[in-house]
Design a protein around this ligand. Sequence first.
Ligand code: CP
Length: 304
Amino acid sequence: MKTQPVSSDFVSLDRLSVLEIEQLIERALELKHGQPSKTFANKTIANLFFENSTRTRCSFEMAEHRLGMHVLPFETTTSSVQKGETLLDTCKTLEALGVEALVIRHQETGYYHALMEQLTIPIINAGDGSGQHPSQSLLDLMTMYEVFGHIHGKTVVICGDLRHSRVARSNADVLQRLGATVIGSGPPEWFDETMGIAYVPIDEAIEQSDIIMLLRVQQERHNQAMELEETYHEQYGLTLDRMRRVRPEAIILHPAPVNRGIEIADELVEHTQSRIFEQMKNGVFARMAILERAFHPNSTEGAI
Ligand code: CP
């Protein structure tokens, strides 16, 4: 059993109170605006990515370096995972060697439940199958708070492959808890009723929304390989024509990687209303706040 408080894990935002989430957003914004971070020079962390990543992995690594942590190199492709070692045994091994926290991305939804039972070190979920992506949600929230100051009463449309998206699942829940109205759009067959949000056709949804959150089609999570229909962009994407109907104060978000010309017109990725690259920048600060919390869940005690 864990000897640390359970809250040192960061696996899903529904395990955190609204106050804790707002404190993390505030801390991430403070870090972005130059407030000094704590340093954890005596801490060793490992990043275990069983699925591909650019943003999440690199921004966790940046955050770890900025916090002065020692990052133990670990590559799934050259580890004994290739000989059939289980995730649990891999993690128990790293814990036995002295690693003090694990950042994990894994294809299995909810992989972290067994690890939380068996390990004493914090688990930070960098994405589990089509389950949750809490650090992405935190950086998305940070980006929205940075623009609007709050999200209470704002309307957010999440558009695209909702059914297979851990970003959509994490965000639909936390945005509603923080007082936003969330609607879903995109191909009706990929809408997910279990998210507790209403389906609104894209043209209506765009006109109503303060925040337009586009999603990549999660090809890797579909049961069958498929060709994206050429009509996807015209039917469900943010086209140049639809952009004319976006509110002037609204912002465009996308967790990326972006399929330019499919969920969003190529020219709109760098549009003045797009915050896509700001989201990536914010990811470093959001993850610094998450890592600070992992080692000091309730206080600043022990920070240098
Ligand atoms: N948004 C996101 O999770 O990107 P990566 O898959 O590149 O980490």
